[in-house]
Design a protein around this ligand. Structure first.
Ligand code: ADP
Length: 238
């Protein structure tokens, strides 16, 4: 985000550069249980953004000093692989990946029944295989399916999607070009049953009315994602 100039018009006659309308999401593909060696896993594609999430646990908590005798400890790692972006990304944690891991952990902490797992740790490992905007929401969506696949007790699935503003228009689910050259990006995560918001961030500028519209779109997007997550889990356990 940051309003980088582009020669490609972001919106022409109500259509976006990839032909979508303002309220249209990219194609979603979700597959649960893709890794044998993790306790739970999921692969998610949101357009050209591809993520894989693995869950390990509940297991013994290391180091011991972070163990909580009353409830489980949730650990999240988010990584963008070196080949996930056009210029090779240097491997290893950086400020951005730590921030995304933190907001992802916070998005799950009120949903996972951590008091069922005293003295234990649950680890979520999110890897972005290909990045074209919306990596945090795609990673979060994958992590939620991986947690369910691992049998971790949760109040609900968490579903995540972003909305934003490009060419003075509020739109659902920005792609890479729109994220780079647009005006605002609002990633959101909700719980499926009661639409409680467990993540909301905003990058860029919007009026109050635009933000309300963006939230409406993002919540609709989360509901579409929620159905795709449920379908993936049904296919896995049918
Ligand atoms: P999100 O991926 O959740 O939208 P950001 O807004 O931080 O998070 O990033 C937007 C997009 O910018 C990413 O999806 C990716 O396409 C691109 N991007 C982020 N970090 C890098 C990087 N180090 N190198 C190249 N592109 C990047």
């Amino acid at each position: 985000m940051g309003g980088t100039k582009t020669d490609v018009p972001l919106m022409v006659d109500g259509k976006r550069n990839d032909g979508r309308t303002a309220d249209q999401m990219r194609n979603i593909k979700i597959e649960a249980g893709v890794l044998d060696r993790a306790d739970g896993s999921a692969y998610v594609e949101l357009g050209k953004t591809h993520a894989i999430a693995a869950v390990y646990g509940p297991k013994e908590c290391h180091p011991r000093r972070v163990m909580n005798p009353a409830k489980g400890v949730l650990k999240v790692r988010y990584s963008m692989l070196p080949f996930s972006v056009s210029d090779r990304k240097r491997p290893g944690p950086d400020r951005r990946s730590r921030e995304i891991a933190k907001v992802t952990r916070e998005a799950f902490e009120s949903v996972i029944l951590l008091d069922k797992y005293p003295r234990s740790a649950i680890e979520i490992d999110i890897n972005i295989l290909q990045a074209d905007a919306g990596t945090r929401v795609t990673g979060l969506t994958a992590a939620s399916v991986a947690l369910a696949d691992a049998g971790i007790q949760m109040k609900d699935l968490v579903s995540s999607c972003a909305a934003g503003k490009i060419a003075d228009t509020v739109v659902l689910d920005l792609d890479g070009l729109e994220d780079n050259c647009g005006q605002a990006d609002v990633p959101v995560a909700t719980t499926g049953k009661d639409n409680k918001i467990t993540l909301m961030q905003m990058d860029g500028l919007m009026t109050k009315a635009e933000l309300q519209q963006a939230m409406k779109y993002a919540i609709q997007g989360c509901s579409t994602i929620h159905k795709a997550q449920q379908d993936a889990l049904r296919r896995r356990y049918k």
